[in-house]
Design a protein around this ligand. Structure first.
Ligand code: TXA
Ligand code: MG
Length: 319
């Protein structure tokens, strides 16, 4: 049996299948089967009020999952699907509330991955899939990461290679009036605004804010500190004085002699490449024998917003 046949059989039987997408791997189940969907919440340890994204094969399928679809949704779908954009619309009554965490709205997206697109086309329905990690942890961008996170709790993992984008989709709310960004991603406000013809709103404040524990997400197990270049140098000096080991992700090259640096990653200056490798880097650094991870804050520009948002949520305030 080939990969897609096997995944199809399992999904139809109410099982959990991890699926590749261009952003991150998803933990998939039949979106219209409440029992299957409940397994997703159980396996992830995710609160049942936190809604899932339903992956659909194409824009036309939107009307099987949503009602009162505004013109803006069709426009954005046409411009960006398949791709890393999730649209929040009014829920169609055929979608079980279990899938939307009890919300009257529903999140839809057509992922840009050839295997998953074929799977969706043949499945006929929608695949509900949050990122395939335990709740609050780093999203997986390879099948090894999925195995590391979920092990035998997932019935099958579809191998689709490393994810090309590496961070989660941009989420746009469209269920009332004008569009609003709920989560930053690869597709920027400028790109969305160009298609919509009006300035899209962005929910929340600046991307870097003091991350309270309730915001903690995408997080390694050891403490991660997000620091401007100058404070990064200060902290490194302090840790050296205290003989404590640490890892660094910086845009600079590593200093020549530095006995307390466990691993130093020189990050790409290109936000596309940075995003592609970010979660792998964080997972690797989580496995070293250091006490903490220091990350140099990226530039304060639009192209880096989604990355800064993820880092800010992964970070802890300095004690
Ligand atoms: O790129 C992605 O979006 C990946 C891949 C697998 O598609 N999925 C993903 O799912 O990141 P997850 O569950 O980790 O994040 C989904 C986000 C959550 O923050 C959730 O609150 C939000 O989407 N969401 C889903 N349905 C919503 C709704 N009806 N209203 C508001 N937010 C919603
Ligand atoms: Mg997630």
């Amino acid at each position: 049996m080939n990969i897609i046949d096997k995944a199809l059989d399992l999904l139809k039987g109410g099982k959990l299948v991890a699926i590749p997408t261009e952003t991150v791997y998803g933990l998939g189940a039949d979106a219209k089967n409440p029992l299957a969907v409940q397994k997703i919440y159980a396996v992830k340890g995710r609160p049942p009020t936190n809604p899932l994204i339903i992956h659909i094969p194409n824009a036309d399928a939107m009307s099987h999952f949503a009602t009162d679809i505004p013109e803006d949704a069709w426009r954005l779908a046409k411009a960006f699907w398949p791709g890393p954009l999730t649209l929040i619309l009014n829920r169609h009554t055929s979608v079980p509330p279990a899938t939307t965490g009890g919300q009257d709205t529903v999140a839809l997206r057509v992922p840009n991955h050839s295997i998953t697109l074929e799977l969706l086309a043949r499945f006929g329905g929608g695949i509900a899939a949050p990122s395939a990690n335990r709740y609050g942890r780093i999203s997986p961008t390879t099948t090894d990461h999925v195995r590391e996170e979920l092990g035998s709790k997932v019935d099958y993992i579809v191998e689709g290679g490393p994810c090309q984008i590496g961070i989660e989709s941009t989420i746009v709310y469209l269920a009332a009036g004008s569009a609003m960004i709920l989560r930053q991603g690869h597709i920027s406000a400028t790109e969305l605004t160009a298609v919509l013809g009006y300035d899209i709103m962005v929910k929340g404040g600046p991307a870097i804010e003091a991350p309270g524990s309730s915001l903690s997400h995408y997080a390694p197990i050891k403490p991660l500190y997000l620091l401007e270049k100058l404070s990064l140098q200060n902290i490194m000096t302090q840790l050296n004085d205290q003989k404590r080991h640490y890892d660094v992700i910086s845009f600079a090259s590593p200093p020549e002699i530095e006995p307390y640096i466990s691993q130093w990653i020189t990050a790409s200056n290109d936000p596309i490449q940075y995003a592609q490798h970010l979660y792998s880097h964080l997972r690797d650094l989580d496995k070293t024998n250091s006490e903490c991870i220091l990350v140099e804050a990226p530039p304060n520009t639009e192209l880096w917003l989604a990355i800064t948002d993820r880092l800010a949520r992964a970070a802890r305030p300095l004690e």
